[in-house]
Design a protein around this ligand. Structure first.
Ligand code: 3PY
Ligand code: MG
Length: 265
């Protein structure tokens, strides 16, 4: 069996840990061409956000090539409970699925059933574009796809916090992704969205400890680069350093301010 390409080694790398902190892009603007540009930056992977971003399946599938041409893996966050989309995105060549609002062992098992081939799950056969991207024969893909891709459950509710050991105990769940905004809304019973607070960090630290105990990896969404750095220091394996629109607008604001510095209108 051939050794996976550097792109397809991502799953093994994040599962193993000890890689010194991975930073991923998070893209909601549904433009494969913008993906092509962002992929040139020093990201370890790129996530296409199909929950709150505006991607449709065909455009997301086309963007995989724009990520892989930069030598990087593409991950997708699916809409809540849309596990059949998870199978289709893996067929399109995505290297991992992030599923929001996984709140129970049953949710985690359903997710695995759509993202892993037997014996772990019941992913149906048809990896059309994935075979082209990964560049291995069908028989080899069937044997290795469960290892070459990652299935990630989002923990972002009180129910998920309570069930985190059950979720982590499901074979085929490779890691957890903490959503601090939804978590802060849940922790405050809907009173506020406050992702960058000690209350969220307390729960994040707990989830990190449970992931370590289960020998699984943990990711989190940072609202900016500094926050993402704090999350790496807390022990996250992969972080987001703000989404695409924030990064673009912050960059624009910084350059506009630089242009006007010292210039009186
Ligand atoms: C959250 O913070 O709730 C997320 O889902 C990350 O975007
Ligand atoms: Mg969320």
């Amino acid at each position: 069996m051939s050794a996976p390409s550097p792109i397809d080694s991502f799953a093994a790398k994040i599962r193993k840990g000890g890689h010194g902190g991975l930073v991923s892009a998070w893209i909601g603007i549904p433009s494969p061409l913008m993906v092509n540009h962002l992929a040139q930056e020093d990201f370890d992977s790129l996530v296409l956000d199909m929950q709150h971003g505006m991607w449709d399946l065909g455009t997301a599938a086309a963007a995989v090539a724009q990520v892989r041409v930069a030598g990087k893996p593409a991950l997708a966050r699916i809409p809540v409970g849309d596990f059949s989309a998870a199978s289709r995105l893996l067929d399109a060549g995505f290297s991992g699925i992030i599923a929001p609002m996984v709140n129970s062992k049953a949710d985690a098992e359903a997710l695995v059933s759509f993202t892993k081939y037997p014996p772990l799950g019941e992913r149906s056969w048809g990896p059309s574009l994935a075979l082209n991207h990964v560049g291995i024969p069908a028989s080899e893909y069937l044997k290795t796809a469960n290892d070459l891709t990652v299935t990630i459950a989002m923990v972002e509710t009180r129910a998920a916090l309570e069930a985190v050991d059950d979720i982590l105990g499901v074979e085929g769940i490779d890691g957890i992704f903490v959503g601090p905004s939804d978590l802060s809304i849940a922790l405050s019973n809907g009173a506020k969205v406050a992702p960058d607070t000690p209350e969220v960090d307390k729960e994040l630290s707990h989830v990190i400890a449970r992931c370590r105990a289960h020998k699984k990896f943990v990711c989190a969404f940072g609202s900016d680069g500094a926050r993402a750095g704090e999350m790496l220091t807390l022990g996250c394996d992969l972080v987001i350093a703000a989404g695409d629109s924030t990064q673009i607008r912050n960059g624009a604001a910084r350059e506009i301010a630089a242009a006007r510095k010292g210039f009186k209108r």
